[in-house]
Design a protein. Structure first.
Length: 218
């Protein structure tokens, strides 16, 4: 069960030991193989909704009809289950944190402790830019379409903000720790994360300090 978010370990009704990784082209990272029955009900023990959402967070490709079906399932959730889904996604070491970190490991082909070495690679800036572009132009829009009912019923919930904060804390803080000087090609990325992940956390304060180096302010 190592590598799965704590929320999955406590909320699933299936035996995770039976799941094996399966590489998918264009996917952010390896994910459990598809279940034989994709149309199981929300309460079916064979396919907990949390596991389906974890697949999506890990970059599973899906068509418009499948996204619409998942959005309908979110809309049909009772209020208390919607709150549980929010906690599953954004809780400490929840699905969002775990998926964002694992997606980066897959993209950069390294472990989290090696994130600080990425920008020393010849192609490091390009890899980071491409990974960020995939996050904001593919993964986040997919999740926004699926979780739209959740975002309309819980105004404080924003999957875009959650994922950008996770990306800031789990990925960028580690990558930028060793940045010695300004990197103009990363300015768009930095400005986006600075603006959209703003909170009163220590992580944001630290990111702002590191961002000033990349932006040439220090």
């Amino acid at each position: 069960m190592k590598g799965l978010p704590d929320a999955v370990l406590f909320r699933t009704n299936v035996s995770l030991s039976s799941l094996s990784p399966l590489e998918k082209k264009h996917s952010f990272m390896a994910r459990p193989p598809a279940f034989a029955a994709n149309r199981t009900s929300l309460n079916s023990p064979s396919l907990p909704f949390e596991l389906k959402m974890l697949n999506v967070l890990q970059g599973q490709e899906m068509g418009w009809e499948e996204r619409q079906e998942l959005a309908q399932r979110v809309a049909a959730l009772p209020t208390h289950n919607k709150k549980k889904l929010i906690d599953f996604i954004e809780g400490t070491r929840g699905a969002a944190e775990s998926a964002v970190e694992s997606n980066a490991c897959k993209s950069f082909q390294c472990s989290p402790v090696q994130f600080g070495e990425i920008l020393s690679r010849e192609e490091g800036v390009d890899q980071l830019s491409e990974h960020f572009q995939t996050l904001v132009s593919e993964l986040i829009p997919t999740l926004e379409s699926i979780l739209y009912p959740l975002q309309t019923s819980h105004k404080h919930f924003s999957i875009r903000r959650i994922l950008l904060r996770c990306f800031r804390d789990q990925v960028l803080l580690r990558i930028f720790e060793s940045v010695p000087s300004r990197i103009p090609r990363l300015e768009h990325l930095v400005f986006t994360v600075l603006f959209e992940s703003h909170d009163n956390s220590q992580e944001y304060d630290r990111f702002e300090q590191l961002a000033n180096v990349i932006l040439g302010r220090e």
